[in-house]
Design a binder for this molecule. Structure first.
Ligand code: UT7
Length: 324
C-alpha cells in the first residue's frame, strides 16, 4: 500500500478579452504569418484592467472544486504557482483562500516561472504523501500581460493570461505503475542561465514590477534538449518509456518546442495535448489549462498515463508523471 495524490477535479478560467495575432500588426513590425509559423500561436487572452491574478485563480479554483464535488472548506492546503502576483505580499494563495471563503489549513505560493506548475505539483504530492494534507488545491495563475514590453516583438506576442486548477486527494494505491495519481517527479534548476529569461525589475533592485526580457533562441535550444531529458528521467524512475504514455501535456510556449520534444520522446503528436494556438504562453498556468481543456475535449480520460513537462526562467525545469 502507498498513499497517492490522485486528481479529483480540474477546472480553468480565461479572461474574456481575446487578442488575435493580427492586432499586433498595427503597432509592431510583425505579422500573423510570422507568429503562427514560428510559435503556433494564433490568439491569447488578456486580463481586463483591474483584473488580477488572484481573481483568475479563484475562478479556476471554483471550477475545479465544482468538478470535484467539494466545498472550499474541505480543502487542507492551497498552493499557487505564479510569477505575477497581485502584490509583493501576501501570497496569491492566501487571497484565493479568503476569496473562496475558507479559513481552513494553509496557503502559499510557489515561484518557478514557466516551470511553476511542475514544481507546485511535485510539492503538493509531497504534502499529500507525507500526510501533511489530504486534499490540496494546486493552481497555476498568471497575468503576464502586466510585464510585457509592448515595443519588443520578440516577447510581447508570445504570452497570455489565464489560470488552471487541480484538486488532488490522498488515496491508497497498490504502489505499482497502475495506481492513479502522481507516480514520479523530476525537478531541476541552473541559476547560471539567469540572463536568458528574466524580469528587469523587483522589490530589492529598482522597486518596479519590470518587464520580461528573453533571449528566445537560446531558451529554445535549452528547452528542446532539457524537456525530453527530464520527461525521460521521470519515466525511467518507473521503468517506463514514451511508448507507455497516453498523453504528453507540455508547457505551451511554442509548437516547435512541443513537437520537437514529442519527437525525441517518440510520442506521435496525436498523443500530445496542444492549446498554445488559443492561449499563447501562460507561464505557470499553461499546464493546468491544458489538462482542463484536454479533459473537456475528451482527450484525457480516467486511467490515462500523462507526462507533463515545463521549462522557464531560472532556468528551472522538470517533469511529472501521473495517472489521471
Ligand atoms: O515559457 C518560457 C520558455 N520560453 C520559451 O520556451 C520560448 C523559447 N523561444 C521561442 O519560442 C523562439 O525562440 C521565439 C518564438 C521567441 C523566436 O523564434 P526563433 O525562431 O528562435 O527566432 P529568432 O529569435 O532567432 O529570430 C529570428 C528573426 C529575427 O530577425 P533577424 O535578426 O533574423 O533579422 C527576429 O528579430 O525573427 C525576428 N522576430 C520577429 N519577426 C517578426 C522576432 N520576433 C518577431 C516577430 N515578428 N514577432
Amino acid at each position: 500500500m502507498k498513499i497517492r495524490a490522485v486528481v479529483r477535479g480540474v477546472g480553468h478560467y480565461l479572461p474574456e478579452r481575446v487578442v488575435e495575432n493580427t492586432e499586433f500588426e498595427a503597432t509592431l513590425e510583425t505579422t500573423d504569418e510570422w507568429i503562427r509559423a514560428r510559435t503556433g500561436i494564433e490568439r491569447r487572452h488578456f486580463a481586463a484592467q483591474g483584473e488580477t491574478t488572484s481573481q483568475l485563480a479563484i475562478k479556476a479554483a471554483e471550477a475545479a472544486l465544482r468538478d470535484a464535488g467539494l466545498e472550499a472548506g474541505q480543502i487542507d492546503a492551497i498552493v499557487v504557482a505564479t510569477s505575477t502576483p497581485d502584490f509583493t505580499f501576501p501570497s496569491v494563495a492566501t487571497m484565493v483562500q479568503a476569496g473562496l471563503g475558507s479559513t481552513r489549513g494553509f496557503a502559499y505560493d510557489v515561484q518557478a516561472v514557466c516551470a511553476g506548475f511542475i514544481y507546485a505539483l511535485a510539492n503538493t504530492n509531497g504534502l499529500i504523501v507525507s500526510g501533511q494534507a489530504e486534499r490540496v488545491l494546486v493552481i497555476g495563475a498568471e497575468t503576464f500581460s502586466r510585464i510585457m514590453d509592448w515595443t519588443d516583438r520578440g516577447t510581447c506576442v508570445l504570452f497570455g493570461d489565464g489560470a488552471g486548477a487541480l484538486v488532488l486527494e490522498a488515496a491508497n494505491g497498490a504502489g505499482s505503475n497502475a495506481d492513479r495519481g502522481v507516480l514520479a517527479t523530476d525537478l531541476h534548476s541552473d541559476g547560471r542561465y539567469r540572463e536568458l529569461l528574466y524580469v528587469d525589475g523587483g522589490v530589492s533592485t529598482n522597486g518596479q514590477a519590470g518587464h520580461l526580457r528573453m533571449q528566445g533562441n537560446a531558451v529554445f535550444k535549452h528547452a528542446v534538449q532539457k524537456l525530453a531529458e527530464t520527461a525521460h528521467t521521470a519515466l525511467h524512475k518507473l521503468g517506463m518509456t514514451g511508448e507507455d504514455v497516453d498523453w504528453i501535456v507540455p508547457h505551451q510556449a511554442n509548437l516547435r518546442i512541443i513537437s520537437a520534444t514529442a519527437e525525441r520522446m517518440q510520442v506521435p503528436m496525436e498523443r500530445v495535448v496542444v492549446t498554445v494556438q488559443d492561449h499563447g504562453n501562460t507561464s505557470a498556468a499553461s499546464i493546468p489549462l491544458a489538462l482542463s481543456v484536454g479533459r473537456d475535449r475528451g482527450q484525457i480520460k480516467t486511467g490515462d498515463l500523462i507526462v507533463t513537462e515545463a521549462i522557464g526562467g531560472g532556468l528551472a525545469w522538470g517533469a511529472v508523471v501521473l495517472r489521471w
